[in-house]
Structures are given as structure tokens and as C-alpha cells.
Ligand binder design. Structure first.
Ligand SMILES: C[S@@+](CC[C@H](N)C(=O)[O-])C[C@H]1O[C@@H](n2cnc3c(N)ncnc32)[C@H](O)[C@@H]1O
Length: 252
């Protein structure tokens, strides 16, 4: 692909498009590490997001009167959610992530869709008001760009960790696990660019984790928890934990 300034961009063997620019390599936020991506991949393969996917389907399965629309998934990660939520619209789906490992996994798993290695914090490679559904599941939220690309009757679906998400693990590793409710801040950010909350759902579930799952849960989330505190979990081989997310649906 070539842009109007004459820069060219390659399609990788796996089928994804590489729209990164040299400065993305030096980015302060270069996307998730390979370890975090692989931990998330194993986690999702074990089905820990099945209930969450079911809950999101209530919004993603609504058919638009004007036919299938385009979907932009910001920080799509290793690509489990795309086909789980939009399997009937591969042609309309585009996932963007800055981790090469994540995009490779995603492109191999669902080659019919469009996958883009790019920094979602810079301009999104998408025409104004052309996207029927912008999705950000624990991913990036460049709110001005979301507003720019969303079609007039488009929806934006955002998921963020709930205040109790993995609280037992955080309590164990941080001495005191902070409960932080952040969804109100997201609503404010979106409102500031003209996008209104139309529905808020809380999703949560209790599960028992074994030691490998505990390690993956630590590796894929909460950077602050990962390193120094892992030692506190040595010898813990089973743990009941809460999974929780705030699910937010926005419209113009
Ligand atoms: C917590 S993961 C969520 C992934 C996926 N949505 C899911 O729920 O499994 C966040 C994702 O955002 C990606 N990411 C971080 N910074 C980014 C950026 N500036 N542009 C695009 N993706 C980014 C990471 O590489 C990672 O895959």
C-alpha cells in the first residue's frame, strides 16, 4: 500500500498490514510484550472470557438496517474477540494492534479479516465517519479519533477492568489491592468529544485458578503487580478470583 505522501507499507506473509512508522519502535508504549500477549492468548484459549463475550454479543449482534458495517477494534490483541463477536462480518472487521506477536496470532487465526500493525494513539488509518462500530476491549481509547471515524449512527463499545477485577490476586501481591472504579472517567472522556453513554453493564464472574493460570493472570495484566511481587505468590497453587469488567456502549 502507498500513501499520498509516497510512503509504502508492506503486507506481511501472515496477511496483516504493517502501518508502523520508525518512531513507533521508540514509542513509550510499544504495545504489550510478547510474554503478556502469549499469557493473554493462553488465558482466552482456556475460555475465561466466554461469559464476557456472551455479554458483549447483546450489542454486537444487533444488525444495522443499512446492512453489515465496518468494525474497528483498537488494541485488538491476539484476536480472540474479533471472530467471537463478528464471525459473520469478516469483510467488515479490522483489528489494530501495536504488538507484532499479537497481530500475527490474530491474522493466522482469522485470515479473512483485516489486521493492521499500527499505533492507535496516532491518527487512525480510517476515513471520517465511516465506522459502524468502534470497539476497545481493555485496549486503546484515542477519543478524538474515535469520534472522527464513527459513522452518524455508529456505536462505540468499550470494556475496562471492573474495580474488583482480580482483586484477590491484587490483594495477595500488593498487600492492599486498590479498588478503583474507572468507568466514570471514561464516560467523561467520551462526553468531552460528543459521545454519550447509552448503556452501562457490569460483568463479573468467580473462577478458581491453578498455578499456571495465576501466572498468566499476572503476566497479562497490572504491570505494577507483575515483577517484584510475584514472589509473594510462590507456593500458592489454587486461588478463587473475581473477574470483572465495566462494559460501556456509546453513541453520538
Ligand atoms: C490488555 S490488551 C487487550 C487485547 C484485546 N483487546 C483483548 O481484550 O484480549 C491491550 C492491547 O493493546 C495493545 N496496544 C497497546 N498500546 C497500543 C497502541 N499504542 N496502539 C495499538 N495497540 C496498542 C497491546 O499490544 C495489547 O494487545
Amino acid at each position: 500500500m502507498r500513501c499520498e505522501n509516497g510512503h509504502s507499507f508492506d503486507q506481511a506473509r501472515e496477511g496483516y498490514w504493517n502501518l508502523t512508522q520508525p518512531q513507533d519502535k521508540k514509542s513509550a508504549n510499544p504495545g504489550d510484550s510478547d510474554d503478556a500477549v502469549l499469557a493473554r492468548h493462553r488465558w482466552l484459549k482456556r475460555g475465561h472470557a466466554a461469559g464476557l463475550i456472551e455479554s458483549l454479543r447483546e450489542w454486537t449482534s444487533v444488525k444495522s438496517e443499512s446492512g453489515p458495517h465496518s468494525i474497528l477494534d483498537l488494541g485488538c490483541g491476539e484476536g480472540t474477540f474479533g471472530p467471537a463477536l463478528f464471525s459473520d462480518n469478516a469483510a467488515g472487521y479490522c483489528g489494530i494492534d501495536l504488538s507484532r506477536r499479537a497481530i500475527k496470532l490474530a491474522a493466522r487465526n482469522w485470515p479473512e479479516a483485516t489486521w493492521v500493525l499500527a499505533n492507535a494513539d496516532r491518527g487512525l488509518p480510517v476515513v471520517d465517519r465511516s465506522v459502524g462500530a468502534v470497539v476497545s476491549l481493555f485496549g486503546r481509547r484515542p477519543v478524538k479519533e474515535i469520534e472522527r471515524v464513527l459513522s452518524d449512527d455508529g456505536i462505540c463499545i468499550i470494556a475496562i477492568p471492573g474495580e474488583d477485577d482480580l482483586i484477590e490476586l491484587r490483594e495477595q501481591t500488593q498487600k492492599e489491592g486498590h479498588r478503583r472504579s474507572r468507568w466514570e472517567l471514561v464516560v467523561d472522556e467520551m462526553k468531552a468529544v460528543g459521545l454519550e453513554l447509552s448503556t452501562h453493564k457490569k460483568w463479573s464472574q468467580q473462577i478458581e485458578l491453578d498455578s499456571e493460570e495465576i501466572a498468566d493472570a499476572l503476566a497479562m495484566t497490572y504491570r505494577a503487580v507483575r515483577n517484584s511481587q510475584n514472589a509473594r505468590l510462590e507456593g500458592v497453587d489454587r486461588m478463587n478470583v473475581t473477574l470483572a469488567a465495566d462494559l460501556l456502549l456509546f453513541q453520538r
